[in-house]
Each structure stands twice: as structure tokens, then as C-alpha cells.
Design a protein around this ligand. Structure first.
Ligand code: MF3
Ligand code: CO
Length: 256
């Protein structure tokens, strides 16, 4: 069931999303060679709590048996890590890395979800192009995120754009509805056919999140039960915002 948010609920979504965007800004300012992903995690947790929010990823349960809940306030995924990298005091960023930060803030019962991929110092032209195309794929997708269109229209636009530019989309993970829960219906794949899937209605709040790989689409999960990496060790980038469906162009709630 896809929830339609009321006016009051949308105001709460706005606030959770505002904090999400603010945290991304603070992390971006802190990223430099030498800093650890755990230090970034601590900055995120501090800013979230200072704003009355809760880091919703911390303690998020795994779907796999025997895997401990996610320990971080952010997912920090470097280079060939696609998503769900665990913050660590032993992982220092180095010049030339790209790092995807994905974070979810809960406040007053509602969630905001966004991801960005940052450059650490100077990065290769290849890496820059990958990150730029991933971000653009989101904007290609949301051109179709208008009441009356279907989920498949967004999925198709993202997948086509990514592949036209010579990259692969991750198929095992997808965007999602978001609200009282971090993950709600509908699922929003980053590939697919136009005209398929549920019809969009004003008041739906969706997290659209292209996950893009420079090389082959295949992924692996590390022993930690969380970190997803590319099988061919090529680079990967992630870009995500929470949006609100309206009669016209969607509102992007996690950009301030
Ligand atoms: N923020 C992720 C998403 O975009 C989910 C993170 S999983 C968690 O859907 F365990 F880290 F919370
Ligand atoms: Co998400």
C-alpha cells in the first residue's frame, strides 16, 4: 500500500529532510584526506541530535540471520564499495578516493533519506564523470515523477540514461517510498519499462536513488554482512533524494 501523506505529515517530512540535507552539508565540509569514516559518522550523529533528530540507520536490522544491526549513523562507501559501508576508525580517506555517504534522519515519527558521492581532493576524470552521471540520472528520473505518471517511467529514464552513458545500474537494490518507515511501498528500481507500476499521486514521498557502477553490474556482499562492493572492483557512485510528488514537478525535500 502506498501512503499518501497529509499536509501535517508532509510538514514533518520536510523537517526530517531538512536535517538530512544539513548533515550532508556538514559532512561535505569535513571531507579531506586523512579523516576517518568514523569521524564523519560522529559529525553526522552530533548534527542530527543537535537538531532533535535520530540517526535512523543506527540499529537498523539486517534481513539476514546472524548479522548484527547496522552500527553507524551513516553508510560510508569508498571507491568500489557500492552501498552500506560501515564507518570505521581504521579507514582513512585518501586523495583521489570517491566516497558515498547515505544517511537517514528520523524526527517526530518521519524519515528523510539522501545520499551524495564526494571527491577526496583531486580525483580522476573517470571518477568525476561517473559521479556526475549518477547525479544526472536522478534528475533524468524525476522529470517523470509527476502525478499521473507511473513508477516505471522514473525507473526507465534512470536506467536508460545510465546505460546510454556506458555505465551499469545496480539491480539488487532500489529506491523506495518513505515516511513513518525508512522503506515503504513502492519499490523504485533503477531500470525497467515505462508505463509499468503504480500510478503516482500528489502526497506520495519517495526516495529515488540511482546506484551506478563504472563496469559490470555484478555486486558482492562482504563478510560483515553489510558492505556491498562491485565484483569487478570498478568504481561505484550513489545519489539520492527524498521527493514529494505534486501535480507538477516534484519537490526535492533533501536539498536546502
Ligand atoms: N539509506 C539506505 C537507503 O537509501 C538504507 C540504509 S540501510 C541501513 O535506503 F542499514 F544502513 F540503515
Ligand atoms: Co534510500
Amino acid at each position: 500500500m502506498v501512503e499518501i501523506k497529509s499536509k501535517r505529515e508532509i510538514e514533518k517530512m520536510r523537517e526530517a529532510c531538512r536535517i538530512t540535507a544539513l548533515v550532508h552539508k556538514k559532512i561535505e565540509e569535513a571531507i579531506k584526506p586523512g579523516i576517518t569514516t568514523l569521524e564523519l559518522d560522529k559529525i553526522a550523529e552530533r548534527v542530527i541530535r543537535e537538531n532533535g533528530g535520530i540517526p535512523a540507520e543506527k540499529g537498523y536490522p539486517s534481513y539476514e540471520k546472524g548479522i548484527a544491526p547496522f552500527p553507524g549513523s551513516i553508510c560510508a562507501s569508498i571507491n568500489d564499495e557500492v552501498i552500506h559501508g560501515i564507518p570505521s576508525g581504521r579507514v582513512h580517506l585518501k586523495e583521489g578516493d570517491i566516497i558515498s555517504i547515505d544517511l537517514v534522519v528520523a524526527k517526530d515519527g518521519f524519515n528523510g533519506d539522501a545520499a551524495r558521492t564526494h571527491f577526496v581532493g583531486n580525483v580522476s576524470a573517470n571518477a568525476r564523470r561517473l559521479v556526475e552521471i549518477t547525479k544526472q540520472a536522478f534528475f533524468e528520473g524525476i522529470k517523470y515523477a509527476i502525478a499521473g505518471n507511473r513508477i516505471g517511467d522514473i525507473s526507465h529514464a534512470i536506467g536508460e540514461f545510465v546505460e546510454k552513458n556506458g555505465y551499469s545500474v545496480v539491480r539488487e537494490f532500489q529506491g523506495h517510498g518513505i515516511g513513518r518507515s525508512m522503506h515503504e511501498d513502492p519499490g523504485i528500481p533503477n531500470y525497467g519499462k515505462g508505463g509499468k507500476g503504480i500510478k503516482l499521486e500528489p502526497g506520495m514521498t519517495l526516495a529515488i536513488e540511482p546506484m551506478v557502477i563504472e563496469g559490470k553490474p555484478d555486486i558482492l556482499e562482504l563478510e560483515d554482512g553489510w558492505t556491498i562492493i562491485t565484483e569487478d572492483a570498478s568504481l561505484s557512485a550513489h545519489y539520492e533524494n527524498t521527493i514529494l510528488i505534486t501535480e507538477k514537478q516534484p519537490e526535492i525535500l533533501t536539498i536546502i
